[in-house]
Design a protein around this ligand. Structure first.
Ligand SMILES: [Zn+2]
Ligand SMILES: [Zn+2]
Length: 133
């Protein structure tokens, strides 16, 4: 859970690479790939660290790796629990997030009926957003 945004990032120590990566993600309107993020940071953070920071952010639910693009973006609803699904616009690249508890239950049911133990869900709906239509 994200409790404080001033003294720490998502409850862990605020280090320079984390701050730089976070700032770059805040500037971006779309999901960014780690290599692109590294390029934008102009060598201030090495690629391995960029990746490690992104993973740490992802584990804390601060950022998501978007399944369809492979890019990372800040979570737009960090205070909402449950699995965050995505509506990805293939025209402008904008990603809208949603939460649907019934969808989650349905996905768990599908897994269960195949004797599969569900650990995580990824829902990415690809199409055209309202402003691109
Ligand atoms: Zn989210
Ligand atoms: Zn769009």
């Amino acid at each position: 859970m994200v409790t404080s945004r001033t003294s720490s990032i998502g409850g862990f120590k605020d280090t320079r690479p984390r701050r730089l990566v976070l700032r770059e993600l805040q500037k971006s309107k779309r999901a960014v790939e780690p290599t692109e993020l590294h390029r934008r940071l102009r060598g201030q953070v090495d690629p391995v660290t960029v990746y490690r920071v992104l993973r740490a952010f992802e584990e804390r639910g601060l950022v998501h790796r978007h399944p369809s693009s492979g890019g990372f973006a800040l979570c737009t609803m960090p205070d909402t629990s449950g699995h965050h699904g995505f509506l990805s616009c293939r025209k402008c690249g904008r990603v809208q997030e949603f939460v649907d508890k019934n969808l989650c239950k349905q996905e768990d049911r599908i897994a269960e009926s195949s004797g599969f133990t569900s650990e995580s869900h990824v829902t990415d709906i690809i199409g055209v957003c309202q402003s691109c239509r």
